[in-house]
Write a protein that binds this ligand. Structure first.
Ligand code: ZN
Length: 410
């Protein structure tokens, strides 16, 4: 039987668990050591550490303490790993915990977190997704069911001190260009809610105040939210510190490309079974700066799509120069308007784009002045025909069902 080397208790706060941390810092002690060739299981909290409940009230999404996230399991030390090596991680399997067979998707309030379409959905909303084996459905979003492309949203190795300093410097410089902005331009170090794993309290006070937040993806991987980095993938991570220090969390049952809803995909607590090995000196041998990976041999087969185009002209008709971010937003908004014709609310359509195995593609970046992005909506996740036809859209959805909303308080 495979050893579970980090265990969690959903009835206890992650702050009490020394196998958990929520910041990046080179001095976070290894929670546990393994050898190259070993396979093992680690359990993980959902990314908020249990702040979101399985109910029909989005107040928890509105009031979430985002300075606490993400709760990661690790760091797992790998004997013999040295800076410059590649840590090879096979994701052998991932699953939900028996006592927690559900996940959540939400949109943050614009005042607390925001999101990709926060100007269009400024208030907190939440949908709950139940797992039935490999499939998921939501009581808040009728007419869809799909197989999970299950993956960790966040996985990577500890940074070196030099790398941490560089992250802090460049992110502070960006933040300082508009320090009052809501949501902020970057999430800077914040010691009060730092959880530094096994580190003793005195050291953790100092290190926690300079440790990097886990929100952005960085050179080490981290919070990449790549749906295709799913069970069955093989990942090659750059190593920056002795023993590598592999940490993982933020498990997703399923996610659309872009994780556009931000809170987030279908978020869940769970377990991940991994095997590790090393390529000595691999970073230089293969010119690796950011992780690379091979996808799984097994993925849900959704190969029929309706593809929505978007260009870099914003909602006000303003022309932007080759801006892929704006082009993808337009593709998403076009898909939402289309789905509303079938009886979905805007929030339900947005939730589908954030959770289903939707693909996003950068289609053109040279045809001045417009970038073209496309959103690929899989037709087979719908329980009805979602394609255009001569008779127009059929509205058979239960209109009384909605994604719960929590209005802002002031
Ligand atoms: Zn996530």
């Amino acid at each position: 039987m495979t050893d579970t080397i980090i265990k969690i208790d959903l009835n206890k706060t992650p702050y009490e668990n020394e196998g958990i941390h929520n910041r990046w810092h080179p001095d976070i002690p290894m929670a546990v050591m393994v050898k190259p060739g070993d396979d093992f299981i680690v359990q993980t909290y959902d990314w908020t550490g249990g702040q979101i409940s399985n109910d029909d009230d989005a107040a928890d999404v509105r009031d979430v303490d985002l300075s606490q996230v993400h709760f990661l399991s690790g760091p797992v030390g790998v004997e013999g790993a040295e800076p410059g090596d590649l840590l090879v991680v096979d994701i052998l399997d991932i699953g939900a915990l028996e006592e927690s067979n559900w996940g959540f998707n939400g949109f943050f309030s614009k005042k607390n977190g925001g999101g990709f379409l926060t100007e269009h959905f400024p208030e907190a909303q939440k949908s709950i997704w139940d797992f039935n084996g490999m499939f998921t459905k939501s009581r808040h979003v009728p007419g869809v069911e799909f197989a999970g492309l299950i993956h960790p949203g966040l996985i990577g190795c500890l940074p070196s001190k030099e790398m941490l300093n560089e992250w802090n410097k460049r992110e502070k410089e960006l933040f300082d260009t508009d320090p009052e902005r809501t949501p902020p331009l970057a999430t800077l170090p914040y010691g009060d809610t730092a959880h530094m794993g096994k580190m003793d309290a005195e050291t953790a006070k100092v290190a926690g105040a300079e440790a990097a937040r886990t929100v952005p993806p960085r050179e080490h991987g981290g919070n990449c939210d790549i749906k295709d980095l799913s069970r069955g993938s093989k990942i090659y991570f750059p190593v920056y510190v002795k023993d590598a220090g592999l940490s993982v969390g933020d498990l997703h049952f399923s996610q659309g490309d872009g994780e556009i809803t931000f809170c987030g995909a279908i978020e869940m607590a769970g377990w991940i079974h991994m095997r590790v090995s090393l390529i000595k000196g691999g970073m230089e041998k293969y010119a690796i700066k950011n992780p690379i990976f091979k996808p799984s041999p097994i993925t849900p087969r959704y190969d029929d799509y309706l593809i929505f185009e978007g260009i870099s002209v914003d909602e006000d008709g303003k022309q932007h120069y080759l801006d892929v971010h704006i082009a993808y937003r337009q593709a998403c908004l076009n898909a939402i308007e289309y789905l509303k014709k079938f009886g979905y609310s805007g929030a339900q359509a947005y939730a589908i784009l954030g959770t289903a195995p939707v693909q996003g593609h950068i289609s053109g970046v040279v045809d001045i002045p417009n970038a073209c992005a496309t959103l690929w909506l899989p037709t087979d996740v719908f329980e009805f025909d979602v394609k255009p036809g001569a008779d127009g859209p059929t509205k058979e959805l239960d209109g009384s069902v909605e994604v719960p909303l929590a209005p802002d308080l002031d």
